[in-house]
Every structure is written in structure tokens, then in C-alpha cells.
Ligand binder design. Structure first.
Ligand code: GTP
Ligand code: MG
Length: 700
């Protein structure tokens, strides 16, 4: 394959609402540019970027995938991203490495929640944008309405560069308002120049006027010219378009149909002519090392700079093994180069370099700054890492993933499954850093957390299809705890005479409540030798043992202090075992007096949803025993913050979806433990009894 200079590379992350046609669009563009042998279709499961089994089966994109084509000597790298809400966070790493976002809007529905969400992601990375309005061949498609919805939602700097000729099934061509030319397309997507149709000429003129105005606004000298003559000559317009796009002052829009190929060659021309090349970027900032006080260093997108690359994606390929996908930010790299992974302090030999076409790896010998490449079987490299010239180290700041929103307990179906589960999940987590997997120390459950129920469900499917591991999903168990609320002094006496040597241990202890999170404290305040020193730790052990099984519902008892004040012993019969038993007995005697209570985990919850849903969201959180903590406006959305018991949040996703028509999202994390109100505590005790969690009085 050819080696492309930096300014002949375009990197575009394709973003937008689910089902707007991103994957189909990329597939159709590749076909038109002759990059693929046959025209891949979403509906036939044959696109380049939706290649995974579960993606094909569900007809949605589940994670980012790469594709590329050549158009007029330029290499265009496309990063396909998911639009479906549970997977949409994957668009962020794609935007981190793209020099321009290709925002796909459905020509029938206009701007939707996913468009807004991904647009906001692009703002996070200050990514310049090009928009396409797709599906214009469809019934009820309306270019003007979709364009208006984009302008209303985002900005007036959204300007159509092509306007459609013909509507719905009759959509057959476009007018290019920059060059003032019109084209019709045949069934292979080939353009033929025609005259600009007379109908709609007023719209053409009005939009061109708007474009000239925006270009003029970017520069004082141009503004002056524009004021004097009322327009700008072509040689002032065209060179300034890319600058305005790169500065996010202009977002051009293209009218297309990915299904009929109409308008696509004009889009490819637009990408080559106007979308910013990697070197339009400012230099990238990083640190010279991982030390907290390391100096800031920068790298420009230039082949002459020292090599550096940022790894934004890892693919676990069943055949090739682990594939790391990275953007070369600076310098130039050849196959078999040895570089430094500055994030992990490890050397890596790159082996062969590849350009990815969906799942297919095409070998390349070298790559320049700005290109996106893939390496196979690196030893330690993971998503988020920086690879760098060892002599000129730089570490880029990795993207942070939002906290997982929802957790499920996963239960292996057989012993064999249990053995295989960690290795399989390890590989899945490498591919998807937005997942979390952990074992809850208290409930002993395996917890799998993700950004939504569907997200976690696809992991379960992947475990089954790819790794042949079967698991069942359950809502997680709530890790209740118990504590005491009153002080009490009690005795624990253990005495047993069973022929031969007996057992004797006796202690007097004081139980006192402690503050939340203070755990367990044991203090020895015995005066003199009523209990010999060597037996005292046994008393503490006995109490800890008994406390781990709780006093009410079998949950571990925490946040209390025990003071050992007195006791007695027997010269022959006393031993460690007897004093442990005495400690357990003291705990059991204390139970009635110390007024035990159940504690429940309280979550810090943040819900983001359209302002008009705030009332319903708050009402619902109140009914879940939530305590409101505040509200903030963020664009058209409201962020509602609250603390809510975990037990009330297990089914929240579906409720939030129904309140907001799937336009809301939330995440939660553990905040603290609080006592459970009496009535609910009673239910928990009953539940524990039914589950056999409460242990019968044990025999010593
Ligand atoms: N009629 C028509 N259908 C289209 C067009 N583009 C895409 N589609 C159809 O729209 C559906 C969704 O297309 P995708 O390409 O999978 O959409 P997407 O944006 O990648 O969806 P996600 O990956 O879930 O975010 C498929 O059934 C496509 O065949 C188009 O231009 N015209
Ligand atoms: Mg897709």
C-alpha cells in the first residue's frame, strides 16, 4: 500500500443517532471509491465495519471499527461509531483521534438525542464537523426540515454545501453551492454535470449568501471587501472554507443517500477539499513522563518530529490475537520499529504495521504523522497508552470513561464456565474499557457493570458465542450491613465439663456504637490479671467472628467498639478456644441490649435528561426514598443529583427510559451507608430468614 503524506490524510469519526445510516454510509463510500470488492449492506450483514457476529445479528454497531479508501490521491480513514445509547460512549475515543467528525443525520427524523449526545462529545474534543443528511431517498425525507432542526439545535453556522435535486424516490442529484454546479448521479453513483434547475434557485442563492457571510465574518479584510461589493470572489471563498471548518466556525452539510449513492461523490470531494488534514491541528500536549511534576511537552503533526502515537482502541481478534489501533500523532514509523510504551514503561517491538479495513488487516511498511495504524500482539500495550520515541518521551493523557451506570451479578452456569470466565472477561474488558468487572467482597458475587442493560447483555452473548462461557444475569445483591445503636455491658462465659479436661473462659465487655465507616475497634482495659494476656486476643477474635454473621439478618456488623474490662480464668481448663467461645457468647448476650439495626448502601445518583422531564424524574426519585441534592442546567438538559438507596435503584434504567422516552441517562456510585427505616428492615430480616442467611444459635 501507498504511504500518504500527512496533508493527504483525512481522519473522520462517523457519529450520530442510532440507525441514521453511519455504517451504511461508510460502506457505500468505500464501494464508490473502489476500496471494496462488493457493496456491503447493513441489511444483508455484509458491511465492512459491522463485522462482528452480534453486530450483524442486531444490525447495530456495538463498538468502533475502522475503514479507509483513497479518493483523489488522499487516504480517508473512517471510524464508524455506535449511535445506540448504551454504546454511544465509544464515540469518544474515536473523536479523540479524528481531525473531523462526520455527523450523520437521518433525513426523515432530523436531529435526535444521539445526534445531540455525540455533538456534545465532539465539543469535548473541539472536533471540527462536517454534516450529512442521509436517507433522502426515503418516503417523508425532508432536507429543509432536517437542516432546520440542526440549525435550531446547534448553530446557524451550519450551511448546506449541496442541496438536493428531487425528493424521496425521485432524489437524483445535488446542487453544489460553493462552485455553483449541479450533478445527477447514475445507479453506480457516478456524477454527470447538469444545469442548475430553475426551481429552488432562490434557496440556492440564499444559502450561498449565508456561506459568503460566514466566510467574511472570519477576517476583517474580507469583511471590508464584503461590505464594499456585497459579495466575495471565489478565490476568497474556497481557501477560507477549510480554515473556517477547522476553527469550528462553519459546519458544511451534504445531501446524500447511502442507499442509492446519490450525492456521495460530492461528499468525498468535500472531505478532500475542506475537511481539516491532521496537521491543521494544534500541536498535541503531553507530559515528558508519568511523574506528577513532569514538564509539559508538545508534538506537532509532522513527520520530522520524534515518533509518538496514541492507542485508542484494542480489538481481541479470534485469529490474529490482540490488535492495538493507534493514531500516529508525530513523526514517522516503519515496521519492526522498537518504541517505548511511556504509559507502562515498557519497550515494544511493533512488528508489521497494518491499515484496518473492518476486520481485515492490510500490511503497510510505514506510516506518517496523522495516519491511523494497527499493530498485532504487542506485549503490554492497552487502550489509552502512548507509544513514543524512547529518546524523546511523551505521555498523552488517556481518555477517561464515565463510571458504569448499571451493575448485574453474573453467575456461571457450570464449574467449567466458572474456570473460563476470568480469562474471557479479561479479553472483553481490554476491548471495552467502559465495562467494569469485580468480585464483591461481601456478597461474593461477580459484578459486571456497563453503561446500560443492553451493554451488559451483549457481553453475556459475547461470552457465549466467542468464548463458550455461559452465565446467567441477575440484579446484584444489596450488600447490607448491620450496626448497633446502644451501649451495653455484658458478660460472656463459656464453661464445659466433659470428662477429662474442661473448658473455661469468661469475659466482661462493653459494646458501644461508633460513627459510620469507623469499622471495628477493640480496646483492652483490664486491670491486673483477671484474664492472662495471652488469651485476650482470642476474645477479640470470637467477637469478630460472631459479628461477621450479624445480629439481625445475617449481614456483617460494623461500626462498633468493644472494650474488655474484666473476666476470669481457670488454671487448667482455660485455653484459647474457650476464650474465643466466651467472646462469641458475649456478642450473643449483647445482641438484645445494643439495639442492632440494618445499614443499607446509599448511592450518589446523577440523572441527565431534557429539562421538561425534571419534574417526573424528581417525583420518581422521591418515591424511591431519594434525597435531592441539587440541579444544574447543561444545555437543553437538566442534571438532577440525588442520594438514593441502592435497593431502590435496581430497576431504574427501564423507568428512566419510560419517563424520558429514552432521552435520559444516569450513572451512580457508592456514597455511604445509612440505617434502613424500621418497616423495611423488618422485610429484610424476613427475606434473610427465607434465604437461610440467619444462622441458628451455634453450639460451642
Ligand atoms: N432508504 C435508506 N435506508 C438507509 C440509508 N442509509 C441507511 N439506511 C438503512 O438504515 C438502517 C440503519 O443503517 P445503519 O448504517 O446500520 O445505521 P447506523 O447509524 O450505523 O446505526 P447504529 O450503528 O446503530 O448507530 C439500515 O437498515 C440501512 O439499510 C439510506 O440512505 N436510505
Ligand atoms: Mg452503525
Amino acid at each position: 500500500m501507498k504511504v500518504y503524506p500527512t496533508n493527504q490524510i483525512r481522519n473522520l469519526a462517523c457519529i450520530g443517532h442510532g440507525h441514521s445510516g453511519k455504517t451504511q454510509l461508510i460502506s457505500s463510500l468505500l464501494h464508490l471509491a473502489g476500496a471494496t470488492q462488493r457493496w456491503g449492506k447493513v441489511d444483508e450483514g455484509t458491511t465492512t465495519t459491522d463485522y462482528e457476529e452480534d453486530s450483524i445479528a442486531r444490525k447495530i454497531t456495538l463498538n468502533t471499527a475502522l475503514a479507509h479508501c483513497e479518493w483523489r490521491e488522499h487516504k480517508i480513514n473512517f471510524i464508524d461509531t455506535p449511535g445506540f445509547s448504551a454504546f454511544v460512549p465509544h464515540a469518544r475515543p474515536a473523536l479523540r483521534v479524528s481531525d473531523c467528525a462526520l455527523v450523520v443525520v437521518d433525513g426523515v427524523s432530523g436531529v435526535e438525542v444521539g445526534t445531540e449526545k455525540t455533538w456534545a462529545y465532539a465539543n469535548e474534543f473541539i472536533t471540527p464537523r462536517v454534516m450529512v443528511i442521509n436517507k433522502l431517498d426515503k418516503e417523508r425525507a425532508n432536507y429543509g426540515a432536517a437542516l432546520d432542526s440542526a440549525r435550531r439545535t446547534f448553530s446557524r453556522a451550519i450551511v448546506p454545501f449541496t442541496l438536493p435535486i428531487g425528493q424521496e424516490a425521485n432524489f437524483r442529484g445535488v446542487v453544489d453551492i460553493v462552485h455553483m454546479k449541479a450533478y445527477e448521479f447514475d445507479e453506480n453513483g457516478k456524477a454527470r454535470e447538469i444545469d442548475i434547475p430553475a426551481t429552488g434557485r432562490d434557496v440556492v442563492d440564499k444559502e450561498r449568501e449565508r456561506l459568503i457571510e460566514i466566510i467574511a465574518e472570519s477576517d476583517d479584510a474580507l469583511m471590508e471587501k464584503y461590505f464594499e461589493s456585497g459579495t466575495l470572489p471565489e478565490e476568497d471563498i474556497i481557501p477560507n472554507i477549510s480554515k473556517a471548518i477547522a476553527a469550528s466556525r462553519l459546519c458544511p452539510v451534504f445531501a446524500v443517500s447511502a442507499a442509492t449513492l446519490v450525492g456521495l461523490s460530492a461528499l468525498l470531494d468535500g472531505i478532500v477539499d475542506y475537511a481539516p488534514a491532521p496537521d491543521a491541528h494544534e500541536a498535541e500536549r503531553g507530559k515528558a513522563s508519568l511523574e506528577t511534576d513532569a514538564e509539559e511537552v508538545t508534538r506537532g503533526y509532522h513527520p520530522e518530529e520524534p515518533f509518538s502515537a496514541y492507542v485508542f482502541r484494542t480489538v481481541a481478534d479470534p485469529f490474529a490475537g490482540r490488535i492495538n489501533v493507534m493514531k500516529v500523532i508525530s513523526g514517522h514509523v516503519k515496521s519492526d520499529a522498537t518504541v517505548q510504551n511511556t504509559t507502562r514503561g515498557a519497550q515494544e517491538r511493533l512488528g508489521a504495521l497494518h491499515s484496518m479495513q473492518g476486520k481485515q488487516l492490510d500490511k503497510i511498511d510505514e506510516a506518517n504523522a496523522g495516519d491511523i495504524i494497527a499493530c498485532v500482539k504487542l506485549r503490554e500495550t492497552q487502550t489509552g497508552d502512548t507509544l513514543s520515541d524512547k529518546a524523546a518521551p511523551i505521555v498523552y493523557h488517556p481518555i477517561e470513561y464515565p463510571e458504569a451506570a448499571i451493575s448485574f451479578s453474573i453467575e456461571p452456569k457450570s464449574r467449567q464456565d466458572e474456570e473460563k470466565i476470568s480469562t474471557a472477561l479479561h479479553k472483553i474488558l481490554e476491548e471495552d474499557p467502559s465495562l467494569r468487572f469485580a468480585r464483591d467482597a461481601q456478597t461474593k458475587e461477580f459484578l459486571l457493570s456497563g453503561s446500560g442493560q443492553l451493554h451488559v447483555e451483549t457481553v453475556v452473548e459475547k461470552l457465549k458465542n466467542r468464548y463458550h462461557v455461559e452465565v446467567a444475569l441477575h440484579p446484584p445483591k444489596v450488600p447490607y450491613k448491620e450496626t448497633i445503636t446502644a451501649r451495653a455491658e455484658v458478660q460472656g462465659r463459656h464453661k464445659k465439663q466433659t470428662g477429662g479436661r474442661g473448658q473455661f473462659g469468661d469475659c466482661k465487655v462493653v459494646f458501644e456504637p461508633l460513627g459510620r465507616g469507623e469499622g471495628f475497634v477493640f480496646e483492652d482495659k483490664i486491670f491486673g490479671g483477671s484474664v492472662p494476656q495471652q488469651f485476650r486476643p482470642a476474645i477479640e477474635k470470637g467477637i469478630i467472628e460472631a459479628a461477621s454473621h450479624g445480629a439481625l439478618a445475617g449481614y456483617p456488623l460494623v461500626d462498633f467498639k468493644v472494650t474488655l474490662v474484666d473476666g476470669s480464668y481457670h488454671n487448667v481448663d482455660s485455653d484459647e478456644h474457650s476464650f474465643r467461645a466466651a467472646g462469641r457468647k458475649a456478642f450473643r448476650n449483647a445482641v438484645e441490649k445494643v439495639k442492632p439495626t440494618i445499614l443499607e448502601p446509599i448511592m450518589h445518583v446523577e440523572v441527565v435528561a431534557p429539562v421538561e422531564c425534571s419534574g417526573d424524574i424528581m417525583g420518581d426519585l422521591n418515591s424511591r426514598r431519594g434525597r435531592m441534592e441539587g440541579m444544574e442546567t447543561s444545555g437543553k438538559n437538566q442534571v438532577v443529583k440525588a442520594r438514593v438507596p441502592m435497593s431502590e435503584m435496581l430497576d431504574y434504567q427501564s423507568k428512566l427510559n419510560s419517563i424520558t422516552a429514552a432521552r435520559g441517562s444516569y450513572h451512580m456510585e457508592f456514597s455511604h451507608y445509612d440505617p434502613v427505616p424500621g418497616q423495611i428492615a423488618q422485610k429484610i430480616v424476613e427475606q434473610s430468614r427465607a434465604e437461610g442467611r440467619i444462622r441458628a444459635e451455634e453450639e460451642d
